[in-house]
Design a protein around this ligand. Sequence first.
Ligand SMILES: Nc1ncnc2c1ncn2[C@@H]1O[C@H](COP(=O)(O)OP(=O)(O)OP(=O)(O)O)[C@@H](O)[C@H]1O
Length: 393
Amino acid sequence: MTSDAVLLVEDLEKHHVDASGHRNTAVDGLSFEMRQGDFYTLLGPSGCGKSTTLRAIAGLEPIDTGRITLHGQVLNDTAQGIAVPPNRRQLGMVFQSYAIWPHMTVTQNVAFPLRMQRPKLSSRDIAARVHEALAAVQLDSFSNRMATALSGGQQQRLALARALVARPRLLLLDEPLSNLDARLRSSMLAELTRLQRDFGTTALYVTHDQTEALSMSSRLAVMNQGRIVQEGSPADIYYRPADEFVARFVGEMNMLGATADTPLTPGTTGTVRLSDGTALPVHAAISVAKGQTVSLGARYESVTILPAGTPGPADAAILPAVLTGQVFLGEIRRWSARLPDGTELVATSIGRQADGLSPGSAVSLAIARQDLLVFPTPAATPPAQPASGDADG
Ligand SMILES: Nc1ncnc2c1ncn2[C@@H]1O[C@H](COP(=O)(O)OP(=O)(O)OP(=O)(O)O)[C@@H](O)[C@H]1O
């Protein structure tokens, strides 16, 4: 473990056996590390094992194998038979359902975790810390209200204040914004990151929402089928997705079939060819032999529109195309465009850039070399297992 690791999760595995005796793998050899002050997000589609991982860290889910260490204290180690109970882990938790105590006032809800602490805190210290936490979530003027008499967003803020007041060693957040409407969600997003920073809390966040993950995280792990597929900063994940799954799950991306025209090795430049023979310059991040088929990815905003016949900037792919449709989104317009071989791409124009163009216009599409990503062609999907087989994976 590195010296500044707060949480270390090693080779975590968890299987569930359903009512008909099938064994489902929820978490499949997961390892990651969090550092002090991280806002670390597990991002992935429904059922990929995010909540199971969080619940395992909280001690609410027994694990099959693996080791979980928090600030050097082993919380779980299946090899040694260690499993620290949830109430002795000193973690803060905020889950989808607010789980505030309905029979208590706002103040009583936030004071409760402090009253449970041993050695006992003085009433004066409790009052000061409750006030600080309620002020941080802007609920100080509601302190005497019953918790049930708050709106959904206020209840969620109360749940956060209650989680933060005990100054947890780690804050676990499982889709805490999913019950809020769109407007509240975005203001809570900003508030959450501010609170996490102000309190200096290290937070582990779980979501399937890529916008939340990209905007809030200091580091982020994309999960699929119980495993971490890629870990990095939001910009790393967005601009350098490790594979097609990550590219499609985080952001939106055009995909084109192509063939390597030169051998490609990581960090080198080379050329790939579309089916109609058009050669495109690329930067490779993977090794590909000459002649091998690949998938080419380009983010929608990386495909820009130039007047037809423009030679275009150096170091960019220039493709002739015909615009086939547009969606006006205010600050940008999304265009669909057809290449000569019939492939449809999505391109983006900003502001009034594409005024005068309309569906039917002949244009050139430009994609900078650094924005053309080369992925191995996905392996063919294996045939479905018979119903009686092991459903692992
Ligand atoms: N108690 C259980 N019994 C059987 N299978 C379970 C149980 N809990 C979870 N699973 C299965 O384990 C897998 C992972 O579930 P988990 O809740 O961790 O996913 P998730 O990524 O958090 O999904 P979501 O975003 O929908 O909450 C899923 O296939 C789920 O059906």
